[in-house]
Design a protein around this ligand. Structure first.
Ligand SMILES: [Zn+2]
Length: 184
């Protein structure tokens, strides 16, 4: 995205044989309208892709982990998400915020590809569900990776993960069957 290589919208208007790809496939299929698929439309405005539900899930997840306010999400916040930092950050809020934003973008992009390139049905709640799976997967994998660490390193890494994923609120990392994530 930072280097302008996301192939959406007007990029396709110039590609012979693929000009219909300039339009949002969700809006075309659901409402039969042709909307130029700008990044603004894809990440933040489309009402047919479920992107809004995914962002709601991200905010809800955030609110279970921090007292800080979720920032207003614009294209600017998305582009700058890799360097977003809070001052006075003792609970890995900055890192969690960066992960949540990039995961949400990734979930929206996956749904977009599924709907447009693969021409498959994507239900309105699927993108949010996809986001939950991405987050759960990341948490489980990072936690499981600590099993093979030597004791000192393991304890310190686990401590970090407990802060990062709000153990006891969003997650139950010590669960005997493996980390649980509670999105309710
Ligand atoms: Zn759309």
């Amino acid at each position: 995205m930072l280097t302008g290589r996301i192939k959406c919208g007007t990029f396709w208007s110039k590609v012979p044989g693929h000009t219909r790809r300039a339009h949002c496939s969700f809006c075309k299929k659901v409402q039969n309208i042709e909307v130029i698929e700008t990044e603004q439309h894809m990440w933040l405005e489309c009402v047919n892709s479920g992107q809004a539900h995914a962002w709601e899930t991200a905010v809800k997840t955030w609110n279970k982990t921090s007292n800080k306010n979720w920032p207003p999400i614009t294209l600017g916040t998305i582009r700058g998400s890799a360097v977003l930092t809070f001052e006075e950050d003792f609970n890995k809020d900055s890192e969690r915020l960066r992960i949540l934003i990039s995961m949400t973008i990734w979930a929206i992009w996956k749904s977009k590809i599924k709907n447009s390139i693969n021409d498959q049905v994507v239900t309105l709640h699927e993108t949010a569900q996809g986001l939950k799976e991405l987050i759960s997967d990341l948490i489980r994998k990072s936690w499981n990776a600590t099993r093979f660490m030597e004791e000192g390193m393991k304890a310190s890494r686990r401590n970090d993960l407990k802060k990062l994923w709000a153990d006891g609120s969003l997650t139950d990392l010590g669960c005997p069957t493996g980390p649980e994530v509670d999105f309710t």
